[in-house]
Design a protein around this ligand. Structure first.
Ligand SMILES: [Zn+2]
Length: 259
């Protein structure tokens, strides 16, 4: 448990659990002790941020002595639970069974997707550090965080904040059909969730692979997008999000294998 300048932990903690709690409570010296968000209302702005940072600090600590996890499967399971509530639900009214997800894990996973899939580490880190400096010794509201990240990263991310932080909406990208046209292919992608950028990997029969990225704007006119894959090679397989970064709730429509 954290207080300004001091933290407490159980006296019998050892190893990974001692590292975990110490790392987490140190993080609180920044969020919310220096970047002074309101933890009684916007608890994700400190617990979620710390849980996100703990993933990277644990990977870095002592050459990865302890395993770092963000729990993708648990996030997907929560996002399919009919009793789930949005991250924005204040901690004094959220169902107790949901608090761990709304305050800690779901916001942490959102920042992870923002860093690793949407913006990339360089743009994310630049924006997140800038937010921390700009709002140190002040009291940021959620919109201050959202605005700062957008202004420094240089991208409209309203589609992400709105759905991931303020709703129970989900990510569900899929591939519906592949049709050969001459030596090229028409790939029909569908979006059954909220708008989300789509990354995919094409694998050819000669074993070579290539990755492509469709921006979130492809969903502005509807939930189906046909992409022309120009190639001289024979296509074998298309896989959405091959690195499994997103919390897509249905993995059964993420891979298409050509007969
Ligand atoms: Zn905490």
């Amino acid at each position: 448990m954290e207080y300004p300048g001091v933290s407490f932990c159980g006296y019998n903690r050892k190893g990974a659990r001692l590292w975990g709690v110490t790392d987490h409570e140190w993080g609180h010296m920044w969020y919310p002790m220096i970047v002074g968000s309101n933890e009684k209302k916007h608890v994700w702005m400190d617990e979620g941020f710390n849980s996100f940072i703990n993933y990277y600090s644990t990977k870095a600590f002592n050459n990865g002595e302890y395993p770092a996890r963000l729990g993708r499967e648990a996030i997907v399971a929560y996002n399919k639970n009919p009793n789930r509530e949005p991250i924005s639900t204040h901690p004094d009214v959220v169902q107790s069974a949901n608090l761990g997800m709304t305050a800690y894990y779901k916001p942490a996973y959102g920042l992870f997707m923002l860093r690793e899939y949407i913006l990339g580490p360089e743009r994310f880190d630049n924006a997140f550090k800038s937010y921390t400096h700009a709002w140190a010794y002040k009291h940021p509201q959620p919109n201050d965080f959202f605005n700062h990240m957008e202004n420094v990263a240089g991208e409209d991310l309203n589609w992400f904040w709105k759905h991931w932080f303020y709703s129970n909406d989900n990510i569900d990208l899929g591939i519906e059909a592949i049709d050969a046209v001459g030596s090229d292919y028409l790939l029909t992608f569908v979006n059954k969730g909220f708008p989300f950028p789509l990354k995919f990997e094409a694998t050819y029969e000669d074993g070579s692979k290539e990755q492509k990225e469709l921006p979130v704007e492809v969903w502005q006119r509807g939930n189906r997008w046909i992409f022309l894959l120009k190639t001289d090679k024979k296509l074998k397989q298309v896989q959405i999000d091959p690195d499994k970064i997103t919390a897509d709730i249905d993995s059964t429509n993420d891979v298409f294998i050509l007969e």
